[in-house]
Design a protein around this ligand. Structure first.
Ligand code: ZN
Length: 411
């Protein structure tokens, strides 16, 4: 009897553990789907702000040859403390300087703070006291301020934006965001206008860098196109008010500013073989070493060498599409079969391996295994806001639209 009830007890415990495990697994599979952005509180700068003053802080752009060592030496830090810092494993990343990084140095009588930042990433701070140091990255030390700008397009979008004091980085983002649907060289009409809400990051009142566009409205040929920033599954994207993604599932071209040197042509004479052989792709002329971007999110299904294609990469997208990149000079690190790639990732570099007369990229687009002319495809939009995020997204759309309405002149 006693043994029997103990057995039942163990069975119940095992059953409960099993149920718990099932719940954990289910929840885990939903995690990716559920990942959403944190609530952002929008803060506008006060009217009497003075952001241009830089008192004891100085901003230093990293030049080639600069190192943390030479830098600390210049700050008159004791040699043995410098050596400790240089050899610290936790500072490995910090001490790796890159040309596109900026350092901000702030000193007072007791401490030196070196703030290192790159692009829109959260800056990292190295604080050095007389005989100790520590490294940290604390978002609360940085202020994000929201700015609103609106302008009418009189000549080019870029020039009109510059005239309205919109930072060029923000304009470049704006052109990128709306560039999926608008050709800025041809589609702009007199009287088109733009409203942008964007945020900049400051440290102690000092401007550090331009951040993201939070929302933008573009009146193009009398039609309003809106873009709202939202993070879903850990990825920042811009969505229309109806929750569709503004981004397309595929980039127009795998190389920026590339010229097509040979079109898709089923009856082409092959330049090397000199026989009629279908050209089932598009060739882009580019210098050897030009970065090649994967045109959509996907998984690498092939990354090897073939006699005709040379170094070749195939990427499978959404189980339906395959894109092919051939004659590459070399692959990027991490590119191998099974590697996950995100749209715009550089996967390799232009070359002339295989049967090629000169450096170019041969790009193919297959739908369900069938060759398709890459130039003719009308790519679908990337994934819309999913059901889990929809309520939160709609709330943000309402807030941002109201804000833009209140801030704009609306003449
Ligand atoms: Zn080709």
């Amino acid at each position: 009897m006693y043994i029997g009830s103990q057995f039942k007890f163990i069975l119940i415990i095992l059953f409960l553990l099993f149920v718990a495990l099932v719940f954990i697994l289910i929840d885990d599979s939903k995690k990716d789907f559920k990942q959403t952005q944190q609530e952002i509180k929008l803060t506008f700068p006060k009217n009497n702000h003075n952001f241009t003053q830089i008192p004891i802080e100085s901003r230093i752009k990293i030049k080639s040859g600069d190192s943390l060592y030479s830098f600390l030496k210049e700050l008159d830090i004791r040699e043995n403390l410098i050596n400790k810092i240089i050899l610290d494993d936790n500072l490995k990343e910090f001490s790796r300087f890159r040309i596109d990084e900026t350092l901000l140095v702030r000193t007072d009588s007791k401490t030196i703070r070196i703030i290192k930042y790159r692009g829109k990433q959260l800056p990292v701070i190295l604080e050095i006291n007389s005989d100790s140091y520590f490294i940290f990255s604390d978002p609360s030390l940085f202020q994000k301020y929201v700015f609103f700008k609106e302008f009418k397009i009189t000549d080019s979008l870029y020039q009109s934006g510059i005239n309205a004091n919109v930072p060029d980085v923000i304009l470049a983002d704006l052109i990128y965001i709306f560039g999926w649907d608008i050709d800025f060289a041809f589609d702009i009409r007199e009287g088109d206008s733009v409203k942008i809400l964007y945020e900049d990051t400051y440290f102690n009142g000092n401007f550090l860098f331009n951040g993201d566009i939070l929302a933008a409205e573009f009146i193009n040929n009398g039609e309003e196109i809106s873009a709202i920033r939202f993070s879903q599954k850990g990825r920042k994207d811009y969505y229309a008010k109806d929750s569709s993604n503004i981004r397309k599932a595929f980039l127009k071209t795998p190389i920026e500013f590339a010229k097509i040197s040979s079109h898709y042509n089923l009856k082409r004479k092959h330049p090397v073989l000199n026989t009629i052989r279908a050209h089932k792709g598009t060739d882009y002329a580019a210098k050897k070493g030009t970065p090649v971007k994967v045109t959509g999110d996907g998984v690498v299904t092939r990354a090897d060498y073939s006699e005709s294609y040379g170094n070749i990469i195939d990427v499978l997208h959404f189980n339906t599409y395959t894109t092919r990149y051939a004659h590459l000079n070399n692959f990027s690190n991490n590119i191998k079969v099974g590697a996950k790639v995100l749209q715009g990732d550089v996967i390799g570099y232009v070359g002339s391996t295989g049967l090629a007369t000169g450096p170019h990229l041969h790009y193919e687009f297959h739908i369900n295994g069938k060759h398709t002319n890459p130039v003719n495809i009308k790519p679908t939009n990337a994934a819309p806001i999913n059901s889990y995020n929809l309520a939160n997204f709609n709330k943000i759309v309402n807030e941002r639209s109201k804000l833009i309405d209140n801030l704009s002149n609306n003449e």
